[in-house]
Ligand binder design. Structure first.
Ligand code: HEM
Length: 119
């Protein structure tokens, strides 16, 4: 499940990059398709993250924070992609995406017990 989780969020970062790059280059159709695949990929992130969460025996503060920050990453990805498409200011969402992603990755790989790099 860890592999699915990691694969699905890595793909999500690639798709945010593709969707914004296509929007910038005026290829709206490709941007729209990338965004649709990104939205489907959120479901994989939620499913794999949810399954990892369900495999916990006891729930401490860190894993609750990890889940909330994971949801924050998804929200920021969606906001970046939408605001970019609508040509609205997007800097504050890029910043949130960066901050949330760093926290999620550091918590996931560095501090939480499950997965391919157990803490
Ligand atoms: C795009 C957003 C996300 C990123 C970048 C991310 C990042 C990570 C990373 C790096 C790990 C460690 C993987 C491993 O060592 O195998 C992890 C594990 C985990 N993630 Fe996420 N995650 C995200 C979204 C979510 C969401 C939305 C949820 C909840 C629904 C979630 C729940 C979990 C759980 C429960 C674990 C297991 C923690 C452990 O190792 O004990 N994640 N995540």
């Amino acid at each position: 499940m860890s592999h699915l989780h990691i694969t699905s969020w890595v793909i999500a970062f690639v798709l945010v990059g593709l969707a914004t790059t296509f929007t910038r280059s005026g290829n709206e159709k490709a941007a729209k398709i990338s965004h649709m695949i990104l939205r489907a990929d959120y479901l994989l992130i939620l499913y794999s993250g949810g399954s990892l969460f369900a495999s916990y025996a006891t729930y401490g503060a860190l894993i609750i924070i990890k889940v909330l920050v994971g949801l924050w990453v998804i929200a920021a990805m969606e906001m970046v992609t939408i605001k970019f498409k609508k040509k609205k200011p997007v800097g504050v969402w890029w910043a949130q995406l960066l901050i949330a992603a760093v926290i999620a990755i550091v918590l996931g790989f560095g501090f939480l017990p499950l997965g391919i790099l157990p803490a």
